[in-house]
Design a protein around this ligand. Structure first.
Ligand SMILES: C[S@@+](CC[C@H](N)C(=O)[O-])C[C@H]1O[C@@H](n2cnc3c(N)ncnc32)[C@H](O)[C@@H]1O
Length: 182
């Protein structure tokens, strides 16, 4: 009985997928995980306060989401296009006992409403950061921070830039959303 209910639900979901198959195929950056030292530096530079909302756009295996919820007591959300990475990140979140504060959703970052984010973390590419910039300017409020691993946001001036040595040198850019000019 359970199997047949699951099967019916899966069939019911099919039309939505077939009407919009591109919703799951817009992979705009490869999967490369940020090393732990870089994750630590990104979250430290963002000065996250407990209870703040952190979005990792293109969240990979969920390591930033897990660190933000686990070490900084943030409400952490990952957005990831790859169903496999969403599944493994969700399993890791459950294993870490962080399901109340952390989640990863499958979706396209260019189609995602991240209103309410206090902090956004990125490890994408400069061109994609450029495409994302109007969305960041639309959804983020003054005081929000954007931290980007290795790739700057074109047209924005970072308030802090730090380097961390690993197998290669990594750069982290911090941006702070300013109130609109009067
Ligand atoms: C370089 S990895 C960064 C992973 C993680 N944020 C980190 O720093 O460890 C970029 C991730 O973005 C995801 N991605 C690429 N295009 C995407 C899109 N349009 N929407 C959501 N995720 C996307 C990739 O699948 C990949 O996992």
């Amino acid at each position: 009985m359970r199997a047949s209910v699951g099967f019916l639900l899966a069939i019911a979901a099919l039309p939505a997928f077939s009407q919009n198959p591109r919703a799951y195929s817009n992979k705009l950056a490869p999967y490369v995980a940020s090393p732990t030292r870089v994750v630590d530096l990104m979250l430290e530079m963002a000065k996250i306060k407990p209870g703040e909302t952190v979005y990792d756009l293109g969240s990979g295996d969920g390591r930033i989401v897990i660190a933000a919820a686990g070490k900084y007591k943030a409400k952490a959300v990952g957005v990831e296009i790859s169903p496999k990475l969403v599944a493994s990140a969700t399993a890791d979140i459950e294993r870490a006992g962080l399901s109340a504060d952390a989640r990863v959703m499958q979706g396209d970052i260019l189609q995602t409403d991240f209103t309410g984010a206090d902090v956004v973390t990125l490890y994408l590419e400069t061109k994609l950061n450029g495409e994302l910039r109007p969305h960041l300017e639309k959804f983020l409020k003054p005081g929000a921070r954007v931290v980007s691993h290795d790739y700057p946001v074109p047209g924005w001036k970072p308030t802090r830039v730090e380097k961390v040595e690993g197998r290669v040198m990594h750069t982290v850019y911090l941006y702070e959303i300013q109130p609109p000019k009067k």
